[in-house]
Design a protein around this ligand. Structure first.
Ligand code: FAD
Length: 395
């Protein structure tokens, strides 16, 4: 890097740090505990605190809800280096993501890659400004791991498609304003070839949702039904019957998002020391000591590998099938972290009562099990890794 470029990066870092320090409310610098700690956007947005609103508005005005998107699409047009600096400085202060949405992490990249100009101008600024809540209509009762088996149909009716079918596990469909969907537009084509990528308004006549209640007590996802839903032709993204390419591209972004091992308010060793105590300088339980140390080593190695992949992406090599590796390892590591926390926490972690932080740790422990299912299961990621990265024979 030239001296002039380094000077620019240094001054960007200083400005960013100062701005974050001055503009990020203290309560937005604490770790996210649950769904409510994120602002999800939407036509009728819900802010869970005044600070959440202030933080979102300020970041939105700077284009920092989607820092890398072009300014005309609501972003800040940051370079990869500037984006990395922004992320590092936000991490140092513990700043929360100001807007969390499937629009940013899934649909946005797909539209940037495959949408036409009208679709980009219509949808991307609205996503950046948190004006629309998007949900994902991929899975169906007979199409999870075998996603290309989707049966929801979109029949060509001239100026519109007529959509019929059912999706399942649609996260937050009951809150969402719109859904990006995989639909079958050619029933006679081989299964990967007859799929299209369609944008559907959740308020359209014939769309309904039914929340599914989980073991954790919450209902984060729904069954979604389409009963003779008319969808304008302009809502087709990319080419009819070639939606599978978009579907896979979007999944690489989804998997990268899920594979991130979130930072918590305490590191695993701090948690273990608090729960078990020390014997001299060492964690009192030798078995747990080894497992905790191993997890921390694995976490460091994982973060270095992620960093390397990000540098490769900067040099123009997209992650592609490697996103399956990060998804697999990140989610399995997160499960291992919570298993350790459950075993170090002892009796306190078996209680779901209010005096025990409403059972936060056991609930989070249960939730980690879903990490290695959502966005494609661990087994499916291993299949992709063996085929596309290791080049192993299929059978
Ligand atoms: C928290 C959560 C949120 C979700 N949100 C959404 C959402 O918003 N939108 C959406 O569309 N979907 C969503 N999903 C659905 C998710 O994508 C599917 O659950 C996932 O793809 C697995 O599909 P399935 O549940 O049908 O399991 P199945 O495909 O039936 O798999 C069952 C088991 O068989 C194994 N298996 C299947 N095929 C193979 C194979 N070829 N080789 C080895 N093992 C195999 C799987 O690994 C798994 O263990 C969500 C899921 C979860 C858990």
């Amino acid at each position: 890097m030239s001296t002039a470029t380094q000077t620019n990066v240094d001054s960007f870092r200083t400005e960013t740090r100062d701005w974050l320090e001055a503009n990020c409310p203290q309560s937005m610098r604490t770790p996210v505990k649950d769904f409510k700690d994120y602002f999800w956007g939407g036509v009728n947005p819900t802010f869970h605190s005044e600070d959440q609103k202030i933080w979102f508005e300020r970041m939105k005005d700077k284009g920092w809800t989607v820092p890398r998107w072009p300014t005309e699409l609501g972003g800040a047009g940051l370079s990869k280096v500037e984006y990395k600096v922004l992320k590092e400085e936000m991490d140092k202060l513990g700043c929360r993501t100001p807007l969390f949405s499937f629009g940013i992490h899934m649909l946005g990249p797909a539209l940037l890659g495959f949408g036409n100009d009208e679709q980009k101008m219509k949808h991307l600024p609205a996503i950046a400004k948190g004006e629309v809540w998007w949900c994902q209509g991929y899975s169906e009762p007979g199409a999870g791991s075998d996603l290309a088996n989707i049966q929801t149909s979109a029949e060509d009716k001239g100026d519109h498609y007529l959509v019929n079918g059912q999706k399942v596990w649609t996260s937050y469909a009951d809150y969402a304003d719109k859904i990006f969907c995989l639909v079958r537009t050619d029933k006679n084509a081989p299964k990967h070839s007859g799929i299209s990528f369609l944008l559907i308004d959740m308020k359209a006549e014939g769309v309904s949702t039914r929340p599914i209640k989980l073991i954790s007590g919450s209902s984060p996802f729904c069954e979604t039904f389409f009963d003779n839903v008319k969808v304008p032709k302009e809502n087709l993204v990319g080419v009819e019957n070639e939606g599978w390419t978009i579907a896979k591209y979007l999944l690489t972004h989804e998997r990268s998002m899920i594979g991130n091992v979130a930072k918590m308010d305490k590191t695993l060793d701090e948690y273990a020391v608090e729960s078990i105590g020390l014997e001299g300088d060492l964690l009192a339980d030798p078995v747990n000591r080894i497992k905790t140390a191993q997890w921390l080593i694995d976490e460091a190695a994982f973060n270095f590998t992620l960093e390397r992949a990000m540098d490769e992406a900067k040099a123009g090599t997209p992650p592609g099938a490697k996103s399956s590796f990060f998804k697999y390892y990140g989610t399995e590591m997160n499960k291992r972290r919570f298993e350790l926390m459950m075993s170090t926490g002892g009796f306190d972690n078996l209680v779901w009562g209010e005096e025990y932080d409403e059972g936060k740790t056991p609930r989070d422990f249960c939730r980690t099990k879903a990490n290695s299912i959502e966005g494609g299961t661990s087994e499916v990621q291993l299949n992709i890794i063996s085929k596309h990265i290791l080049g192993l024979p299929k059978k």
